[in-house]
Design a binder for this molecule. Structure first.
Ligand code: AMP
Ligand code: GLY
Length: 428
């Protein structure tokens, strides 16, 4: 297939990241028909929702055949790690996202650490353990601070940054006692890295690497980046901390060697590679990989993409990334996550949300749905992270002002948000 063709697309996922992708895909001149499974009420403004379970690969394949889908875009990591892209490929259906084997870069922390060792990629020194007493002995040997990680996918909860040996030993005991299920049967213990965290995103078709614009999220629930970790309380793009020299080092020392090492292993990585970095005194070091777009970073990044997202995703899936050049706005974008009170702990669902349309009247504002449901002709909260109020403007400070003005127009008594998204940029 060449550019200029028409495409029927199925998007897999239901969060704010997928709404942002859907909003951009819907603007593509290549698009002829658009479905999403399972989607959400925001995505429903752009695509026909289908009640398919992303874990039911035969049902997805049958749907793709019936509708003659040209490209499946997989948003979240779980279907990637479960091999949805492999099963689609075996049925002759093209998809954006890595194979099951390549998704091990997110699915197994030990896999990534071993790849880093093999390809000389800077990352925290580590050891892998399948046995609790050996892991505990190692913790006592290296001392604190030290980081204990369940090997597999643990919904962002499998990592303990331990400031004391006791804390680290407790984390090791938790993992081997089954606190993270099978994900914790294998444990990585690694050196504590100090510095500022940053995210880096690049597309790859297995060979070519195409860096995207920079973005940074806020993982902690509390003001000033304090309190428990969350899926992300806000994000902005660009991330000024990623100065050009750091981008170059990250590409040269981390991302390109990873793509080359995966190709050499016979496991080419096709999709978007999301590197979580620690910017240390020695330079950027890899904390972890994700094999999908960041959430909520994508919400900010998509507001800055001026060219066709669908063409980029198709070129990635078809191995012709070298032929495309995205156009990004020099504007900045910032997204504020509105979450249900109590998140990331227990929270109530079902609260009525008003004012989304009013919020979008601000100009340069887009409200993405993350955890909403349609009810009685209105919108109610249906998750922990519920809305992503996103604004584009000439600077991060202006985008922040616009986003918070829009937040002010949303009427949702059960919700809360951080008031300081972007503080490292706007205060510094
Ligand atoms: P992860 O689930 O791998 O993203 O880890 C969650 C968080 O733990 C990261 O965002 C970092 O803040 C922190 N973290 C992970 N590994 C390290 C490390 N080696 N040194 C310091 N902090 C770390
Ligand atoms: N923003 C964090 C994540 O997507 O994992």
């Amino acid at each position: 297939m060449d550019a200029g063709y028409a495409m029927k697309v199925l998007l897999i996922g239901s969060g704010g990241r997928e709404h942002a992708l859907a909003w951009k895909i819907a603007q593509s001149p290549l698009l002829t028909k658009f479905f999403a499974a399972p989607g959400n009420p925001g995505i429903a403004e752009h695509a026909d929702l289908v009640g398919l379970d992303p874990a039911d690969h035969p049902a997805i394949i049958a749907f793709c055949r019936k509708e003659a889908i040209d490209l499946v875009v997989v948003g979240p990591e779980a279907p990637l790690v479960a091999g949805l892209v492999d099963d689609l490929a075996a049925a002759g259906i093209k998809a954006f996202g890595p194979s099951r084997a390549a998704a091990q870069l997110e699915g197994s922390k030990g896999y990534t650490k071993d790849l880093c060792a093999e390809a000389d990629i800077p990352t925290a020194a580590y050891q892998r353990f399948e046995d609790g007493s050996a892991a505990a002995a190692y913790v006592r040997q290296v001392g604190a601070p030290v980081v204990v990680k369940a090997d597999g996918l643990a919904a962002g909860k499998g990592v303990t940054v331990a400031m004391t040996v006791e804390e680290a030993l407790a984390a090791v005991a938790d993992c081997f006692a089954g606190a993270f299920g099978a994900a914790g049967a294998s444990v990585v213990i690694e050196e504590f890295l100090e510095g500022e965290e940053a995210s880096f995103f690049a597309l790859s078709d297995g060979e070519t690497v195409l860096p995207l614009v920079t973005a940074q999220d806020h993982k902690r629930v509390g003001e000033g980046d304090t309190g428990p970790n969350t899926g992300g309380m806000g994000a902005y793009s660009p991330a000024p901390v990623m100065i050009p020299a750091l981008i170059e080092r990250t590409l040269a020392e981390i991302v390109r060697p990873t793509i080359a090492a995966m190709a050499k292993r016979g496991v080419p990585f096709r999709g978007v590679l999301y590197a979580g970095l620690m910017l240390t005194a020695k330079g950027p070091q890899l904390i972890e990989y994700n094999v999908r777009f960041g959430d909520p970073e994508t919400q900010a990044m998509m507001l800055r993409l001026d060219s066709d997202l669908l063409e980029l995703l198709a070129a990635t899936a078809e191995g012709r990334l070298a032929t495309v050049t995205p156009r990004w706005s020099t504007d900045s974008a910032l997204t504020v996550v509105m979450a249900a009170k109590g998140y990331p702990g227990a929270y109530a669902k079902g609260g009525v949300i008003n004012g989304i349309e009013a919020a979008e009247k601000g100009g340069g504002v887009k409200v993405f749905h993350a955890g909403t449901a349609a009810k009685d002709g209105g919108i109610v909260a249906a998750g922990g992270r519920v809305l992503n109020v996103t604004a584009r403007a000439p600077s991060i400070a202006d985008a922040k002002r616009r986003a918070y003005e829009a937040v002010g127009r949303i009427d949702w008594p059960d919700g809360f948000c951080r008031s300081d998204i972007g503080w490292r940029v706007t205060n510094g």
